[in-house]
Design a binder for this molecule. Structure first.
Ligand code: BJW
Ligand code: ZN
Length: 253
């Protein structure tokens, strides 16, 4: 475990310098310094300490009150569009100049890795900038819509042109399967890489949280970057304690 402010051990510099296949596995913490709220945090500002995930991030919650859920995602979509990539996203993107093969596997629904210049990004929990029909699954284009949620944060979801169903955000809610292709791709990357860097994830949401284990079991070095000490993993892996925006430019660039 390396605390914030300590010098980076040569072993870690070498692990990056000698790697031929790096998987960067990211969670909400990598976008925290871009002003996008995390879900769980030591601080009370995190989304799931202010909102009920069962009402807002499940299919049942959407069916019970589509306008509340759509209004909430509309506000968050706006926030993502206004946010900018931070030095952590930029350091991850620049790693492709040093290492032959780099993959970003993200739990995040924002597009900040792409906007920082990473070109191989797999989204395990979908993308907030995409939408589809709740009933028939047809992709829905929101680019012509500019409606705002009302004072209560509510907004009726647009209707699908094909079937009249309600539009839902293109994200993975609790109780829903992760996109199979993305999960298979992520698992294969995890077992093949020689270095995994896990950044800004609380590691409590399954099955995504399992990914560092097969990497570790197949002989990859695993480095965790988080201001909080992640449970258990610090015994077997490297842990850099501190914000991603200060560690990653030192580790990766
Ligand atoms: C910094 C920082 C800085 C701060 N720098 N770091 C096994 C056991 C128990 C339950 C389950 C299980 N298997 C499955 C489940 C159920 C469930 C689950 O895992 N529940 C647990 C919470 C208990 N999983 C599912 O339902 C999944 N589907 C599934 O399993 O399907 C199969 C199935 C089907 C039917 C029935 C049963 C099973 C789907 C999970 C979908 C998750 N969706 C969300 C919302 C997305 C949409 C939206 O945005 O609204 O995805 S929840 C939320 O959590 C979001 C995230 O991607 C996900 C992970 O969070 P992440 O990224 O780790 O962020 P945080 O906020 O948790 O942590 C931030 C971290 O950053 C902290 O550690 C900070 O310290 C750190 N940080 N600043 C670096 N500057
Ligand atoms: Zn439809």
């Amino acid at each position: 475990t390396i605390s914030a402010g300590e010098t980076l051990p040569d072993q870690l510099h070498d692990a990056v310098g000698n790697a031929s296949y790096v998987v960067v596995f990211t969670g909400a913490g990598v976008s925290a310094e871009s002003g996008i709220a995390t879900f769980r945090d030591a601080e009370k500002a995190a989304l799931w300490s202010r909102f009920d995930p069962m009402q807002l991030a499940t299919a049942e919650g959407f069916l019970a009150d589509p306008a509340m859920v759509w209004g909430w995602y509309t506000a968050r979509r706006r926030q993502v569009m206004q946010a900018l990539p931070n030095p952590a996203h930029e350091a991850i993107a620049s790693l492709a100049e040093r290492v032959p093969r780099v993959e970003v596997i993200t739990q995040n629904i924002d597009d900040l890795h792409e906007r920082a210049g990473s070109d191989r990004v797999t989204h395990l929990h979908g993308e907030i900038l995409k939408s589809r029909c709740f009933d028939c699954g047809a992709p829905q284009d929101l680019s012509a819509l500019s409606q705002e949620p009302d004072e209560q944060g509510r907004l009726e979801p647009p209707r699908c042109a094909a079937c009249g169903g309600a539009t839902r955000p293109g994200v993975v809610w609790f109780g829903e399967m992760l996109p199979e292709e993305a999960m298979n791709h992520a698992y294969n990357a995890a077992i093949q890489c020689d270095l995994m860097i896990s950044v800004g994830t609380s590691g409590v949401v399954y099955p995504a949280a399992e990914l560092p284990q097969p990497a570790h079991d197949n002989g990859a070095q695993v480095i965790h970057v988080n201001p909080e000490r992640p449970p258990l993993v610090c015994e077997r892996d490297w842990c850099l304690l501190g914000p991603a925006g200060s560690w990653l430019p030192r580790l990766l660039v």
